[in-house]
Write a protein of this length. Structure first.
Length: 348
């Protein structure tokens, strides 16, 4: 939804004094715009505290500058590098999208692991694995970067423990009737169901209807007890809806295709890192994914993650999600004080 014209200028005078440098990556086709150095301070003792304070004020002005058109678009995603919670991590990050700041982002964590090694922030051997420890709003995660002949080959995102929050919740939607969903935790809360249940397929030809269905399911779950995090109210709320469908096995492994519709109708081009972790937790819980087995997870654009349960904790399963990320641009963004479009707009 495009902002009212007046809101485009709120904070624009402040933003006109900034020159914001970014390093842009994509993970499985999903963008991730990294801001290594911020022109502002974001207060807070922890990354979760900083997420809370970032939702208003200068940090939100910076988010809008980078995500809105003409500098971004409705499906842009990114992260502000902030201090970690303590010296045990290499960095902290605030994830953002067109509607605000999220609690988790697996594709972003994969991109950050690649960036941390490729930028020299975290030293790595020419061949081997290097753990990049990152504090995110939902906890501490690891990007395990595998290098081969001095170059980043793959990155495995080791998430906070993922778990099934609720099974078989029925929701009434105006456009798709009564649907049954599971609620899964993967650093954010997701509603999960088959695309077929909504009369859809995970295919670009169904994209408009998938967005509509995702929005309706999320709205129907607003205020539902399953949309509350059991221990931290600041993590409440259904973040996205995961539509999935079965595929033929790949290399003998269980294979599925999915698309995650998150925030207000934003579409994940990747198989969704935190959503993949949530799906593995659900498949592990149901017994559909055998102990030690791999889920071959494909996106709506056919990009691919491979995921499995890496370890088990009392609060859930730690899932490893392996993917690749590549740098696509280095940019310096500015705002001319004479520009009447100010912080810009989005058309969805």
């Amino acid at each position: 939804m495009a902002p009212e014209p007046g809101t485009r200028l709120e904070g624009a005078a402040q933003a006109a004094a900034w020159a914001v440098t970014t390093v842009d990556y994509h993970t499985g086709g999903e963008p991730f715009r990294i801001v290594p150095e911020l022109p502002i301070e974001i207060p807070g003792a922890t990354v979760l505290d900083r997420r809370q304070s970032a939702q208003t004020g200068p940090a939100d002005v910076l988010r809008r500058l980078l995500v809105n058109e003409p500098r971004g678009h409705a499906d842009m995603y990114g992260g502000f590098i902030v201090p970690p919670n303590d010296p045990g991590a290499h960095l902290g990050v605030l994830f953002w999208h067109k509607d605000g700041f999220s609690t988790a982002c697996g594709h972003g964590t994969i991109a950050l692991g690649a960036w941390a090694v490729e930028s020299g922030l975290v030293p790595a051997p020419d061949d081997g694995d290097t753990d990049v420890l990152i504090d995110v709003p939902s906890g501490r995660v690891t990007a395990r970067v595998t290098t081969v002949a001095g170059r980043v080959d793959t990155v495995t995102f080791l998430n906070v423990p993922s778990a099934v929050m609720a099974r078989g919740i029925t929701v009434d939607t105006p456009g798709f009737g009564t649907l049954t969903v599971d609620v899964l935790w993967g650093g954010a809360l997701y509603a999960s169901l088959t695309a077929e249940a909504a009369g859809l397929e995970v295919a670009p030809s169904c994209l408009v209807r998938l967005i509509e269905a995702g929005r309706q399911i999320k709205a129907a779950l607003a205020g539902h007890p399953a949309a509350r995090h059991p221990g931290e109210p600041r993590l409440d709320g259904i973040y996205g809806t995961i539509f999935h469908e079965a595929m033929d096995p790949v290399d003998g492994n269980l294979a599925q295709r999915n698309v995650t519709i998150f925030a207000d109708g934003q579409v994940d081009r990747s198989p969704c890192g935190s959503g993949t972790a949530a799906r593995v937790a659900g498949l592990d819980d149901s017994g559909e994914l055998a102990d030690g087995a791999v889920l071959e997870h494909f996106s709506i654009v056919d990009s691919h993650f491979a995921a499995r349960v890496a370890s088990r904790e009392e609060s859930g399963v730690v899932v490893g999600v392996r993917g690749t990320a590549f740098e696509v641009a280095r940019c310096s963004f500015t705002l001319d004080a004479r520009d009447t479009l100010g912080l810009g707009f989005v058309l969805r």
